[in-house]
Design a protein around this ligand. Sequence first.
Ligand SMILES: [Zn+2]
Length: 302
Amino acid sequence: MFGVTILGNNSAIPTLDRHPTAQIVTCNDQLLLIDCGEGTQLQFAKYGIRRSKLRYIFISHLHGDHYFGLIGLLNTLSLMGRTEPLSIFAPPELEQIIQIQLDCAGTILKFELTFVPLMPEYSGVILEDKDLEVRCFPTQHRISCFGFSVLLQKRKRKLLPDQAKAYEIPAAYYGKLQEGADYVRKDGSIVKNDWVTMSPGKGKRYVYCADTLYDENLLPYLKDADLMYHETTYLHELADRAAERFHSTTVQAATLAATAHVKRLLIGHFSSKYKELDQFLEESRPVFPNTDIAAEGTTFIV
Ligand SMILES: [Zn+2]
């Protein structure tokens, strides 16, 4: 399973029905959290996210709407008795911010917390774990800010059922074939794995563009992604304000998605001034039809 569950899709000020940015990326049995706006731990509870499966946290930048929920979440994990280690990838100053809050409260977390600093303008691989690879890349924002590209390789080989039947391999053994095993017949002869399976094929990729100006320099990081999230803080009539504040509009996000040939676009980080979101789709879809609102509580399969 490779999916993205939206926990928050609003910018800056939370509203009663929209929360600041947070997303859970499910990579088989591991959960990644990207950004952690205020109230994220309540959204975990609301949408039944299993805290114990959380392994990695990625914070794009240090505007509060992307990390004010972090200290609360860490505190709760410790109170709930977590012992598994947790890693946070973030701009380096975050370590101090969290540490001072823990120190002033005399809190000692019950689990090991590792900070991996993302230095300004860095791009490259920051995590490899089993079938998972995460890269970061800089975006154009008022302060140092990172997007994240999550690649999940396919684990199992593709079974060719007709071939497997032709070699009289029992169905109970198909699982082993998908893991790459050869089959030994009763007479001792071997059926090679690649006679009855195919390579698992390319992995899938989710790209999270964080907060950013419209920026074609991002294209190499986005190209051919299966799913891309891009902020649309404003409708396109406010393109000037978006540029001033280092944010993007509907038309800009959709244009980038089309140019990068991604398969599907999610939009979010909506300004609190908008009560209804329909217009965001009305402006994006003519430019890039396969666009959806990053609706809270919805899981999008990559
Ligand atoms: Zn920001």
